[in-house]
Structures are given as C-alpha cells and as structure tokens.
Design a protein around this ligand. Structure first.
Ligand code: SF4
Ligand code: SF4
Length: 286
C-alpha cells in the first residue's frame, strides 16, 4: 500500500513575497467546471473580508518586503468595499486583481487607471480563460464568459493596462498551440500581448493520485513564497484556503512557514513547473 503522507515533501516558505487576500470565499457570478471552490446552494452569502482584517494584516506584515498583494476570491470585485481595499493595498505595494473580468467595463477601467495614476505602485490584472475557442471556453466556464473576458481586455488595454491571462489547460492541448492561438486572438482585438503574460496551467484531476514521489528540489509552488489571508485566518495557498490542511495560524504575528504537500491539490502544483496563482513580475520588463 502506498503511504502518501510519509512520502509527502515539505515546502518551507522562504520570503513572504506574495500576500493573497481572499476578499470572499463564496461569492462569484460564475460556476466554472474546474473551479476548486465548493459554492453554497444559496447565492446570498455575505462572507466578505472585513476592512479591519486587511488593515491588521498590512500592519503585521510591515517588516516584510511584499512584492505583490493579490485580491482574489471567488470573485474579488463582488466585495462591497473593493475600491477602498484596493487603495489601501496599493499604498503598500503592487496589487494584482485576479478576476473573471465580468465587472470590468469602460467606466471601471477608466476609474482603475485613475487609481493607479494616483499611486506609486502598479495594478496588475489576471483574467481567466479556459480556451481560445468561444464554445470550448464557455463549456468549461459559463455561457457568455468568453465575450465578457474579451470585452474586459479591450477596456483594460484602452486604459494602458497589460493584463495577464491565466489558462487552465482543461483540454490538455499542446502548450505551443494554446499560446499561439491565444496570442492571435489578442492581436486581433488590438492587444499585443507579451508571451510571458500568458500563463498556462496544466490541469490535474485532483481525484487521481500520482504513483511517483515528486522531486522536492524542483518544487516551485505558491506556498514557497506566499500566504493567504482569509476571514478565518492564514493559509498556505488558495487551494487550501479555509481548509484545515492548509492552516498556518490565526494572524501574521505568528504563523507557520512550513507546509506538508500531502493534499491532492498539491499534485496540480507539482505538475506545473511554476506557481499556479502567483505571477512573475519580472515578466513585465521582458
Ligand atoms: S470565475 Fe473563478 S471563482 Fe468564479 S467559478 Fe470560475 S474559477 Fe471559480
Ligand atoms: S496545493 Fe500547491 S501551493 Fe498549496 S500547499 Fe500544496 S503544493 Fe503548496
């Protein structure tokens, strides 16, 4: 019998480069097939992170040189105080908004440009797509989501943003084909996307346990240089936010820097040669 727990590698966090803030765990206007969130049956869940939690986390991490704060969800832009939290975080460092793009229209893009211009830091966007063909994308995500992302990209680029695209390779296509087709589509809508801004994540069915132990030297997962702030405390990564297996502590004054890579989600990370949620900011300058 395979003893996966005994063989599980350990990841020790090196620096707190990335601070993920889970703005809401359960509010999103989409229901993607590959989503790792267990959504409640009722849509009316008020689980938005309180502003004081964000303020305290920023204070507790003031000794860290955080490279980027990620506003995530479910869908972060559903938070009623989204604009205030964005400004608060932007005063400290760069902010990356990981969004499905549905809340970004012309007016919002113009507003976000103004907010960034008033700051010394940058606003970065990660938008999600499942495929370069509309029907294949909408089959995984939700009907109309492809067009919504395209509209969001058009608005953001009009106001000088260069959004990242995060692609979950649900159809297991060769990376080069995915990359080239996504690039063509972006070029067609007037976005000359840098190839480094297309992040393809290999899909791994989390019900399948691999029969080999990964090489720990090559681990480059999100828990290596980041932690997640949620309403319930600090967690190792977004996959394990609010999951006891990812719990690191109740606040940033005292939290665990070690993670045992023992969950099925870890197989998705280990299959990818880089982080699934964090982005490489140096890509901006390539
Ligand atoms: S948009 Fe994101 S949070 Fe919402 S269902 Fe899809 S993957 Fe999940
Ligand atoms: S799911 Fe990924 S980021 Fe989270 S603990 Fe496992 S390896 Fe680390």
């Amino acid at each position: 019998m395979t003893t996966t727990i005994l063989k599980a590698p350990v990841c020790k966090m090196q620096n707190l480069d990335n601070l993920f803030i889970e703005m809401t765990a359960k509010n999103c206007n989409q229901r993607c097939k590959h989503c790792y969130i267990d959504f409640p049956i009722t849509k009316n869940v008020k689980d938005f992170i309180p502003m004081e939690f964000v303020q305290k986390a920023l204070k507790d991490t003031s000794d860290n040189i955080i490279k980027c704060i990620y506003l995530t969800g479910a869908e972060p832009m559903t938070h009623p105080d989204f604009n205030k939290i964005l400004r608060l975080c932007l005063a400290k460092t760069n902010v990356c908004i990981a969004t499905n793009g549905t809340f970004i229209n012309e007016k919002k893009a113009r507003f976000l440009r103004k907010v960034e211009d008033e700051s010394n830091n940058e606003i970065i966007f990660i938008l999600s797509l499942a495929h370069y063909e509309e029907n294949k994308n909408d089959n995984i995500r939700s009907r109309g989501s492809y067009r919504q992302v395209i509209h969001a990209i058009k608005h953001l680029t009009k106001y000088g943003f260069n959004p990242f695209l995060s692609i979950m390779n649900y159809y297991n296509e060769p990376t080069e084909i995915l990359n080239n087709n996504i690039k063509d589509i972006m070029n067609n809508i007037g976005y000359d996307i840098n190839k480094n801004c297309i992040q393809i994540n290999e899909y791994h069915d989390k019900s399948v346990i691999p029969d080999t132990t990964p090489d720990t030297k090559n681990i480059n997962c999100d828990c290596k240089n980041g932690r997640v702030l949620t309403t319930n405390g600090i967690y190792s990564c977004l996959f394990l936010a609010n999951d006891y297996r990812g719990r690191c502590g109740s606040d940033f004054t005292d939290y665990s820097k070690k993670t045992i890579l023992e969950t099925p989600y870890c197989n998705t990370c280990l299959k990818n040669s880089r982080q699934v949620f964090g982005i490489n900011l140096s890509n901006f300058t390539d």
